[in-house]
Design a protein around this ligand. Sequence first.
Ligand code: FES
Length: 85
Amino acid sequence: MRYCSITELKSSNYYMNDISQNSKNDIICGCSGTTSAQIQALLNQGVLDLDRISRITGALSGCGGCEFDLQVLLRNHRSQTNLED
Ligand code: FES
């Protein structure tokens, strides 16, 4: 298991940013290197469970700092596809 340092979080340029403004290739999980595009691809394939996304990508398996951003992507996907929370 690898944890993000504060330096990594500050230099990653996604922390505390509006995720909707990020490019799809931005790393959303600094611990695993998972990109927004990888998460979006899983969501588009119907993988809508954060535990399953974590097992597949490694996101959320380190410091947990990406949880909020992952939830935003999931919520946005659900609203765009008219799925209930
Ligand atoms: S940023 Fe640490 S687990 Fe995702």
